[in-house]
Design a binder for this molecule. Structure first.
Ligand code: FEO
Length: 770
């Protein structure tokens, strides 16, 4: 017998581990893998010899040798790809070439992803959610687990061995010769599993919850859980433990731990951090000091998994963040930690933008900011250090309220205003539709963004990401190079005809372009406030009589830019609000808006404190491509707060035009007092057999006596919808809610091309502080 370096490891009677150990890897797309990793592939010894997943491309020979230690690899009949990411499929093309398997199986999204990755001349057979494959004496069932970790993800279950191939779920990056969790040190397992969850799955809590619920719902008995990375679980207590840990991490319940992330230029910000740490500790918190220059971002995120507070400090460097802090914030932002309170701080010399930017970034991430940014000029003196210490003590007090479930105190009364920074670069001229509009814009922007910044809203579904192909324009002069996204979305003939995607074309010189006429349709309107109605404690409805022009046409879902007068904000600003009534009202000369009060917001401050019936107002519009599709598909609407506006408009429009298209409105609020138009919506539900209204409170107040749904609106959606593969989803609310909703919807089998977002929440600045 020939000697070989690598052997298969028996997992059960019918399954062998034939993966690879990567001892060297220390960076896994930004995650510091301090102990290497494994790429787990498995061989099922059915009459149909089946390989479940493969390994990263450079480890193909290792996998082949392990397979060859028990059977000739060329005898493999089937390959199952549970997950398309290249750490599990990199070796697939070569494996297919060598083995020539009879069939390759993947989920629907997996088949697409494999085709887009490898462009193989091989059919991928799609297995449906719940389908069972007969391997000849053995049965392998599949369950889609979309977005856990990619949209293609699925798990498979070998009935005879009660073995779950869980792909990325329940894995960890840990290289070892021990193949089973019970052979490894329990602390190492716990730490690496937590680090893996924090760095890979933290931003997908709803998906994880759904996945666990789905697996539990299938009633599968689990004797072995075999993930695609790290050790295999084969003891009941270990399986219960890892599933329980996921359920706990999913909640990300706050603790009394504060994480202080900082970097420093001349030790001033570090001194501030230390004084803040002293204050936090004196206030009773456990403190993790994380100097970003010395600690890796993946360890910082791991600490956040069970933290209560996040404080971030950066000196101002070249009007911005210190590079290590910028990098860390980018990483943290993508992983979306939850349930944190926080504050920003930093030293500065003459401009001091860093701590303000940090404050905005953290607030944008959903961190409850309990104090305005603490800034110190150059080097902190004793007074300044005392302020830092006091900040730490204040955060610790806020943490006590947070842990007690009480209202969290904050010193942030006045949100920071963003300074307007006029660009210094020479502007480029864009001629639109042969002189109909002429713009001067900053070079470097995409045409989509450049036009959007000047109220010319091109159609989009993906928000300018190059995924939907909707923002087509013709570029007659000044085109930048064609991008891969355009080669995917446009035909050769279209490219020949200079048709391009506006989101991919970059403004580098003067340009001439042609855009759809309707994108230029917005105009200025003057009106008079006819009535202001309080819809709840922080949302008002404005009814505006149009004066000039006297009527307006729009599609339900579109929005206007409402002008704040120069007497209120010198220089004038405008804010986006969706139409909140039927188009028939606008044709009759009236526009309605729902405006939610934002503490410190310039526009809402004016509306709530000064604006009265009879006042003159002005706005531009209509804008936006958020609108009812032409299909008959069932619709799921998800909104919160004044995000009810477009749905209210759509609902009135559908009722007036007898469009009986099945739709369910999921409306999220915190407490009963945050709900609005409840009686009207419930009446409509009674009158219209195609309309269902599902309000949900995330934290009902004592005394609310709320009989309805409780929980985040995305969780409520996940509870109500079993399969969205034939439905469309429409979203309007905060960017955070929209992101969470998209993750949930993908996990519920909604096609990404059928998830529509209210476009002023992502092509314009978010609605906070308006
Ligand atoms: Fe281990 Fe998402 O790949």
């Amino acid at each position: 017998m020939t000697s070989r370096s690598f052997e298969a490891v028996k997992v059960t009677e019918n399954v062998y581990w034939v993966g690879a150990i990567d001892w060297d890897i220390r960076d896994f797309h930004g995650y510091r893998t301090g102990q290497g990793t494994t790429y787990n592939a498995y061989l099922i010894l059915g009459e149909k010899l089946t390989l479940v997943d493969t390994v990263k491309a450079p480890f193909c020979d290792e996998m082949f040798e392990r397979i060859a230690s028990i059977v000739d690899p060329c005898k493999i009949d089937y390959i199952v790809s549970n997950h398309s990411e290249m750490d599990h499929t990199g070796a697939l093309p070569r494996t297919v070439h060598v083995v020539k398997p009879e069939k390759i199986f993947a989920s629907k999204m997996g088949a697409r992803a494999l085709a887009s990755h490898f462009h193989m001349d091989r059919e991928i057979q799609v297995v449906a959610d719940g389908e069972t494959l007969d391997l000849g004496g053995l049965k392998l069932s599949f369950a889609e687990t979309r977005m856990c970790h990619w949209p293609d993800s699925m798990v498979s279950y070998l009935h005879e061995d009660k073995l779950l191939f869980s792909q990325d779920a329940f894995g960890m990056h840990l290289a070892s010769y021990e193949r089973f969790a019970d052979e490894l040190d329990a602390r190492t397992l716990k730490d690496e599993a937590a680090k893996y969850y924090a760095n890979i799955l933290l931003h997908l809590p709803h998906i994880i919850e759904k996945t666990i619920a789905k697996l539990e719902g299938l009633g599968l008995e689990l004797s072995v859980v075999a993930p695609d990375h790290g050790p295999i679980y084969r003891r009941g207590e270990d399986i219960t433990d890892i599933i329980g840990s996921y359920a706990r991490w999913n909640k990300q319940s706050p603790s009394d731990k504060a994480v202080v992330v900082y970097d420093t230029m001349w030790h001033s910000t570090a001194s501030m951090a230390r004084a803040i740490g002293e204050g936090l500790s004196a206030g009773g918190m456990k403190v993790r000091m994380m100097p970003a220059g010395a600690v890796h971002r993946s360890d910082i995120v791991t600490e956040l998994l069970d933290a209560g507070a996040l404080l971030v400090g950066s000196p101002t460097l070249n009007n911005g963040l210190f590079p290590t802090i910028a990098e860390t914030m980018c990483y943290i932002t993508g992983l979306k930690p939850r349930n944190l309170i926080g504050a920003a701080f930093g030293s500065f010399g003459w401009s001091g933008e860093a701590s303000r930017k940090l404050h905005e970034m953290l607030a944008g991430l959903g961190v409850k900011m309990v104090a305005p940014p603490l800034r110190v000029n150059y080097v902190p003196d004793e007074d300044a250090l005392e302020q830092c210490r006091q900040l730490g003590e204040y955060v610790a007090r806020a943490n006590q309220a947070q842990l007690a479930g009480k209202e969290i105190p904050t010193l942030c009364e006045e949100p920071e205003k963003k300074p307007a920074k006029p660009g210094k670069a020479t502007k480029c001229k864009i001629d639109i539709n042969s002189g109909v509009r002429k713009l001067a814009v900053e070079p470097g922007l995409s045409v989509f963004k450049a036009l959007g910044g000047q109220d010319i809203m091109l159609p989009t579904i993906c928000g300018g990401e190059g995924l939907c192909g909707c923002c087509k324009i013709t570029v007659l002069q000044g085109a930048s190079e064609i991008t891969p996204a355009e080669r995917q979305q446009l035909t050769g003939a279209q490219l020949q005809a200079n048709i391009r995607l506006a989101c991919q074309v970059v403004v580098r010189e003067d340009m001439k372009i042609i855009v759809p006429e309707e994108s230029l349709g917005a105009q200025q309107f003057q009106g008079l406030v006819e009535e202001i109605t309080e819809l709840n404690h922080d949302i008002k409805r404005l009814r505006i009589k149009l004066i000039e022009p006297g009527q307006l046409e729009f599609r339900p879902g579109q929005y206007i830019k409402f002008n704040v007068p120069t007497s209120i904000e010198p220089g004038g600003i405008s804010r986006a609000y969706s139409f909140a009534a039927s188009p028939s009202q606008a044709k009759a000369g009236y526009v309605e808006l729902m405006i939610r009060r934002v503490p410190g917001g310039v526009c809402t401050g004016w509306v709530f404190q000064h604006l009265q019936a009879g006042d003159a107002v002005s706005f531009a519009g209509p804008f936006g491509s958020f609108a009812l599709s032409d299909s008959d598909s069932e619709m799921i609407w998800i909104g919160g707060g004044s995000g009810l506006s477009p749905f209210w408009s759509m609902l009135q429009y559908m009722r007036e035009n007898n469009i009986a298209r099945k739709c369910t409105l999921f409306f999220g609020a915190v407490q009963k007092r945050d709900l609005l138009l409840m009686a009207e919506l419930q009446d409509l539900q009674t009158q219209l057999d195609w309309f269902t209204f599902v309000p949900a409170l995330s934290a009902p107040a004592e005394g609310d006596n709320w009989p309805g749904e409780v929980g985040l609106v995305t969780d409520v959606v996940a509870r109500h919808i079993k399969d969205g593969s034939k439905a469309e989803a429409y979203l309007c609310g905060s960017p955070g809610m929209i992101d969470a909703a998209i993750n949930t919807l993908l996990g519920l089998n909604f096609e990404d091309s059928r998830i529509f977002r209210d476009d002023h929440t992502h092509t314009n600045p978010p609605r906070k502080n308006v």
